[in-house]
Design a protein. Structure first.
Length: 322
């Protein structure tokens, strides 16, 4: 049904959807046909109860998983189903529908629905920061004091459930974020599988470092952003996913301690949708996005591109407009 000869250098969702219908992608990989009047199970996990529903927004069919408080489009559902990166999802869809010169040829990716996970044990052997680590952290203007306050370490070796799975290489450095005795390990040079973690979805990064000395709190989307905001003089926390999940259990406590809470997720489609979901449920929270014309998606990228002084000055201006 679909065929094309010239593959673009960079695959994008818009390109694929100009050639393939969303409905065909949903049907082909999930056996679901988008219909807002019906209830479905989530194909990315073992889901026995039909508690998911489709809706249309921003040109996409979205599947809402109310139990997980997550939404998926025809590409992000495949990221979860196949445990592959977003670029690999686009590559897979292209190859299955448009590559190979045939109709609907399945790729070699293996689909395994996610099981309920037992707690993963992670142990780390730490080392002094390497030159690569220092250069990386300095590119965001992060100081040794900030990293120490937020329990950021250079990892030499780590073990998962007693098995050594990583040792330091110059080509694959790793930073470890320690939160409440749990680890989030960040392979900052990788393109895929950058994070390894045993932190559960109820934890907020930066919660233990809050001073409760300001009237303003920023909920952002990464540990790195939390540290940048701390550097800039703002109190901040970050869930481990932009999607609403167990982390919202902390909101009553935070609302009791701060007069104003801002939601600062990425200024991309996923970030807008996630922020909208939070604000629809908690209407007193206020969205804050890095201006799209800056070509930076978050505060970390912004400070790396524009420096501390300009970031401080412009952040004040953005906050004054809220």
């Amino acid at each position: 049904m679909y065929s094309i000869n010239d593959k673009p250098e960079y695959l994008t969702p818009n390109y694929l959807l100009s050639k393939i219908s969303q409905e065909d992608i949903w049907k082909y990989y999930t056996n679901l046909t988008p219909d807002s009047s019906s209830l479905y199970t989530n194909p990315s996990r073992h889901d026995v109860n039909a508690g998911c529903k489709f809706f249309q927004q921003s040109g996409y069919w979205w599947l809402t998983d109310f139990a997980r408080k997550k939404v998926y489009n025809c590409f992000t559902i495949l990221k979860d189903m196949y445990n592959i990166s977003y670029p690999k999802v686009l590559e897979m869809v292209y190859e299955d529908f448009l590559g190979k010169g045939s109709n609907y040829v399945k790729s070699d990716y293996i689909y395994i629905p996610k099981l309920i996970k037992e707690e993963t044990l992670i142990d780390c052997k730490l080392q002094n920061y390497t030159k690569q680590d220092i250069d990386y952290l300095k590119s965001f203007h992060l100081t040794a004091n900030i990293c120490k306050r937020h329990n950021v370490y250079s990892v030499a070796i780590y073990w998962i459930n007693g098995k050594q799975v990583y040792s330091y290489k110059n080509s694959d450095p790793c930073l470890g974020y320690l939160e409440n005795g749990k680890w989030k390990l960040y392979h900052y040079k990788r393109k895929d599988f950058r994070f390894v973690s045993n932190i559960n979805s109820s934890m907020l990064q930066g919660l233990d470092q809050l001073r409760y000395e300001s009237n303003l709190l920023i909920i952002t989307k990464s540990k790195k952003d939390v540290m940048v905001y701390d550097l800039l003089g703002y109190e901040s926390v970050a869930p481990h996913s932009e999607a609403l999940s167990k982390w919202e259990m902390h909101l009553p406590h935070l609302q009791n301690n701060y007069d104003q809470i801002l939601i600062n997720f990425d200024n991309d489609e996923a970030g807008y949708i996630a922020a909208d979901a939070v604000i629809n449920k908690y209407s007193n929270l206020i969205p804050l996005f890095i201006p799209i014309e800056s070509n930076q998606k978050d505060i970390s990228d912004y400070i790396r591109s524009y420096g501390i002084s300009q970031t401080i000055n412009n952040l004040k201006k953005w906050l004054e407009k809220l």
